[in-house]
Design a protein around this ligand. Structure first.
Ligand SMILES: [Zn+2]
Length: 455
């Protein structure tokens, strides 16, 4: 189901204060949007080729392609800044959180997904990927719940059917009560693809298959998921090379380093995108590049858990598509894509030097992320691309005295879009989501969060 009835009237988003197109085009004159797509990109002084029924004066806005988030766990908005996990690295962080997460209910997930998506949308994000791998008894419809939340907010999403099949009884990290039988995982994966996965540039919902991580799934479910993804022609997602602990686990459990392990289960392909992708050797980076395997760089989470720094410039040089992810809200703990671009810029400058340009970080958050999710119709301002747009105003205190409007977005820490369009429809207007009762949502979500951690 593509967005129904995208307005056919031509809308001229006219003369923005500045524009970042994520390609070589000049959009100083703005854009013409029609039928849910970008019909024209206008250079300075250029007028639309045909009359426009509507005009939006963007003279006070910086115009960007809608930002694209490539890795998240929406449910974790319920366990943000929780004391027992606030100051720990990945493995103990997970071991403290698993028993809490095992109590997740359908209503909890609905509230958590709505909170995460609303936060993302208000930060200029139009497409979000979520990695959901918790299916305790009673929550078998988790992905269906997420689909409904995405549709209500009018965004796009790649929802991944995650899985955990290797519990503590078999040498894995998660408690046995949180793992599922492989045949249940595979049957539900196929159901979800058949029920929801859309194809084509205007797809609203896509489904991908996503065994959680080397230390929480078996080799068999990895291999079987790869075969199923190939048969159904959908993408594959997992966490890889996030921490040294994971590397040691792979050596001990499988006798392989993480990339060899990935290769051994049929995942070293351009169908795959990896969450984090930090601890790769030079040779592994070359192999990933040759295969076209993509990486979701999650700078805030990597700093929060002290996991390490992804070698983003070298990955890109090798041919690895790189996008950005906010990661789950228990390790960020924000779902803010424009701030994540700022974090990526600064973390990568720390590794490579101060000449990493602002535009490169914005490129990861837009065109790079679109490539990571295999969404050719998203992530750039160009004729024929989907009309997914983020517009920021620079009239707040934090921007006062700034000069270059595009640089100011990241350097002055823009955190909220003024207008966001998805498929030709305004989903954020004057910094608000029309029809969403944010105060009511916060009250209900906060109560659910307290119940969840108190058991
Ligand atoms: Zn993650």
């Amino acid at each position: 189901m593509a967005h129904p009835k995208a307005p056919a009237a031509r809308l001229w988003i006219r003369n923005p204060q500045a524009a970042f197109t994520a390609n070589g085009l000049d959009a100083s004159g703005g854009l013409v949007v029609s039928g849910g797509v970008i019909a024209e990109v206008l250079a300075a002084g250029q007028n639309p080729s045909e009359p426009c029924q509507e005009t939006f004066d963007a003279g006070s806005h910086v115009l960007l392609p809608g930002l694209i988030n490539t890795h998240h766990h929406f449910y974790q908005t319920l366990t943000r800044a929780w004391g027992p996990a606030a100051n720990a690295p990945l493995f103990p962080w997970l071991q403290n959180l698993y028993p809490v997460w095992a109590r997740l209910t359908p209503r909890d997930l609905e509230l958590a997904s709505t909170v995460a998506l609303a936060e993302l949308l208000l930060s200029g994000c139009t497409t979000a990927a979520d990695h959901h791998y918790l299916f305790p008894a009673g929550l078998e419809d988790a992905i269906d719940i997420e689909v409904a939340a995405v549709r209500r907010l009018g965004m796009r999403a790649t929802l991944t059917r995650g899985s955990m099949t290797l519990g503590t009884d078999d040498g894995g990290l998660p408690p046995q009560s949180t793992v599922q039988a492989p045949e249940v995982v595979l049957a539900d994966s196929e159901r979800l693809v058949r029920q929801y996965h859309e194809r084509g540039g205007d797809a609203v919902i896509q489904i991908a298959l996503a065994p959680c991580s080397p230390f929480s799934v078996t080799k068999e479910i990895m291999a079987e998921s790869a075969a199923l993804a190939e048969r159904l022609d959908v993408r594959l997602h997992t966490h890889l090379a996030e921490t040294r602990d994971e590397e040691e686990f792979c050596r001990e459990m499988f006798g392989l380093r993480p990339v060899d392990y990935l290769d051994s289960v049929g995942w070293l392909t351009d169908r795959t995108w990896l969450g984090h992708g930090i601890h790769f050797s030079d040779a592994e980076i070359s192999r990933l590049g040759a295969a076209g395997t993509a990486v979701a760089h999650c700078p805030t989470s990597n700093m929060r858990l002290a996991s390490g720094t992804a070698r983003v410039l070298e990955l890109e040089e090798a041919g690895v598509p790189v996008g950005l992810g906010v990661d789950g809200s228990a390790s960020n703990d924000a779902s803010n894509m424009i701030l994540e671009a700022r974090q990526a810029l600064y973390l990568q400058r720390l590794r490579y030097g101060a000449d990493v340009p602002v535009e490169r970080a914005l490129g990861w958050a837009t065109r790079g992320s679109a490539a990571v999710l295999g969404r050719a119709g998203l992530g750039q301002l160009a004729p024929g691309m989907q009309a997914d747009l983020a517009l920021f105003r620079l009239d707040g205190l934090r921007f006062s005295g700034s000069h270059d409007p595009v640089a100011a977005l990241l350097l002055c820490a823009a955190d909220r879009a003024d207008r966001v369009m998805v498929g030709g429809r305004w989903r954020v207007v004057d910094g608000m989501i029309p029809g969403l009762d944010i105060a009511g949502l916060i009250a209900e979500h906060s109560a659910a969060a307290r119940r969840l951690v108190n058991g």
